[in-house]
Write a protein that binds this ligand. Structure first.
Ligand code: CP
Ligand code: NVA
Length: 307
């Protein structure tokens, strides 16, 4: 049975740990694993802009012995003239995996339903699971463990990052807290799924509009842009609505003294995070950006070799 990575809970807690372990091994020895030797090609389809995802998947596919095939929005028949199902039927005949950044999560799900090769969600409106593998790997590197830690996401609780934080942290046995205005709640389904999984892994879930409550004993403080791709027309309203939810030095000081700061990037200094925080000593954002490469290589290795 082909395995896909459409969202964070497409892998079990044991598999998440296995992928992060492999990512750490691959970081130390980047060219030892060649599941794409041939070279086999991987389609990297982008309906939204990208720096990190495009570069990390391109380099990662090459590191694994394969050939990255980038298809930008508007360059293929997908969407305009050809259905998702027919696109999957064509791509699967020629590539070993399909990596897709797009808008609707249901489109990723549809591609996966029709593909006999792994489909990887490289960001949808609802989830950004590849980023979470890199973020969890970075937290492991800096804190030495995941289960039992407390992670506070402060900002746009309705973002793909917040939904993925809820679910992926619950899988890792982390106490995950989302501080967000009442009108920017995570997906109900993601909140419920995370709560159910946390009950099995020993983690916990809290969604609150009280920033101070989320930060108590936090080992990790995270945020994301207030204006995700596709929301540019809402910028003025969103900047006003998120007042008080920007990660300042005062806000970070309410977490543990040795808390680390994460942001998936791109960042907007002066909005969701102050320059003093993202460019300060507690920030590990560049480690996380690099870890996209290692985590996704481990993910592709896992999906390509899973029976
Ligand atoms: N964090 C992230 O996905 O960055 P890009 O949009 O540059 O790929
Ligand atoms: N929430 C952001 C993440 C960017 C990597 C967006 O979707 O634009």
């Amino acid at each position: 049975m082909v395995r896909h990575f459409r969202r964070d809970d497409d892998i079990t807690p044991a598999e998440q740990q296995q992928i992060i372990d492999l990512a750490i091994t691959m970081k130390a020895d980047p060219y030892a694993h060649k599941p794409l030797a041939g070279p086999k090609s991987v389609a990297l389809v982008f309906d939204k802009p990208s720096t990190r995802t495009r570069v990390s998947f391109s380099v990662g596919v090459a590191d694994l012995g394969g050939n990255p095939l980038i298809i930008q929005a508007g360059e293929s028949q997908l969407g305009a003239k050809e259905s998702i199902a027919d696109t999957a039927r064509v791509l699967e005949r020629m590539v070993a995996a399909i990596v897709w950044r797009t808008f609707a999560q249901s489109d990723i799900d549809e591609m996966a339903a029709h593909s006999t090769v792994p489909v990887i969600n490289s960001l949808s409106d609802d989830f950004h699971p590849c980023q979470l593998l890199a973020d969890l790997m970075t937290i492991r590197e800096h804190k030495g463990r995941l289960a039992g830690l407390t992670v506070a996401f402060v900002g746009d609780g309705s973002s793909n990052m917040a939904n993925s934080y809820l679910v992926a942290c619950a899988i890792a046995g982390i106490n995950v807290r989302i501080a967000t205005p009442v009108n920017y709640q995570p997906l109900v389904e993601a909140h419920e799924t995370a709560t159910r999984i946390a009950g099995e892994t020993g983690g916990s879930v809290l969604v609150t509009d009280a920033v101070a409550d989320a930060l108590v004993d936090a080992d990790v403080v995270v945020t994301d842009t207030w204006i995700s791709m596709g929301q540019e027309s809402e910028k003025e309203k969103r900047v006003a609505d998120f007042a008080g939810y920007g990660v300042t030095t005062e806000l970070l000081a309410a977490a543990k003294d040795d808390a680390i700061f994460l942001h998936c990037l791109p960042a907007y200094r002066g909005h969701e995070v102050d320059a003093e925080v993202i460019d300060g000593p507690q920030s590990v954002v560049w480690d996380a950006a690099e870890n996209r490469l290692h985590a996704q290589k481990a993910l592709m290795h896992f999906l390509l070799t899973a029976s």
